[in-house]
Design a protein around this ligand. Structure first.
Ligand code: PAF
Length: 299
């Protein structure tokens, strides 16, 4: 595996591969790899000929006072993990490479970004403008055939699908299952902020999703009791959600009834970690949507 730090070098290295008809896979990351990242790399390794992983802690997607400065960084450890997964190129640009002097462009996806972790949840900060802009840049820099994202960031995945479609970026967007610790906690770089007791409380998020899932399995389809079942788990652990909402898994529009493709999404602060999780609830009324049941184990 080779580590590349400039856009020019990355393009130079990928040009012959592209000319030779090799399929390029991109896994965009902010580093501090865990099994979730590694599962995306494995998937890219299976699907494509040349695997590029980008590692860039993107400042524009952090709100003022959020954890940009303390976000966990360990490039050497990340490089060794990526190498073990058979990654070909690790792209580690500086902030100046990504945002050179005079950079003054914002990619904004409307609608989808007004809810959940978008403007509403971030007190005025357009988190997804930062995500959409950097991902557009990465897609343009790398020119992958397929880019890989995790279902844990379900809203982000929808935003990226939409921007690729709207901007005619010729890339397949693959969304891979959430990876969880055996006790159900969704893997996140921010889990490293949790103390032992906080980690226990954080389990309330996946328990809340499971409680909703069980309510739906028993035939409950109205939003109110399904949300109440989830909320009870958070309350029991003393976790106050930033949001706990049922939305269409396709366009994030609010839903009153679980209808087979319904996203239950939750965000909450536990200690200094802002955690998110979600599941796609499946009604037994003939639904066929893929599930991401928080039952522990990968996916
Ligand atoms: O999911 C992430 O790690 C980031 O939001 C991404 C997609 C790498 C953009 O900075």
């Amino acid at each position: 595996m080779r580590t590349v730090r400039t856009v020019a070098e990355l393009r130079r290295r990928l040009a012959p591969e592209r000319r030779g008809g090799q399929r390029i896979g991109l896994v965009p990351t902010m580093g501090h790899f865990h099994e979730g990242h590694l599962s995306l790399m494995r998937r890219a390794r299976e699907d494509t000929d040349v695997v590029v992983v980008s590692l860039f802690v993107n400042p524009t997607q952090f709100r003022d006072g959020e954890d940009l400065a303390s976000y966990p960084r360990d490039e050497r450890r990340d490089a060794s993990l990526a190498d073990r997964e058979g990654v070909d190129l690790l792209f580690v640009p500086s902030a100046e490479q990504v945002y050179p002097a005079g950079f003054d462009t914002v990619v904004r996806v409307g609608g989808l970004t007004d809810v959940l972790c978008g403007d509403a949840g971030r007190r005025g900060h357009r988190h997804f403008d930062g995500v959409a802009t950097v991902v557009t840049k990465l897609l343009n820099i790398v020119g992958p055939d397929v880019a890989y994202f995790g279902q844990k960031d379900a809203q982000q995945a929808l935003v990226i699908r939409r921007l690729a479609r709207d901007l005619d970026i010729p890339v397949g967007v693959e969304v891979c299952p959430t990876v969880r610790d055996p006790d159900g906690l969704a893997l996140s770089s921010r889990n490293s902020y949790l103390t032992g007791g906080e980690r226990e409380r954080a389990l309330a998020l996946s328990r809340a999703l499971r409680a909703a899932d069980e309510a739906v399995e028993k035939g409950e389809l109205d939003a109110r009791p399904v949300l109440a079942a989830a909320r009870a788990e958070l309350d029991r652990a003393g976790v106050e959600p930033e949001y706990l909402e049922l939305r269409s898994a396709e366009d994030l529009s609010p839903v009153e009834r679980v209808n087979g493709s319904t996203l239950l999404a939750v965000a909450a602060h536990v200690g200094r970690a802002r955690l998110i999780d979600n599941t796609v609830l499946v009604s037994h009324a003939g639904a066929t949507a893929p599930t991401d049941h928080p039952r522990g184990g990968p996916g």
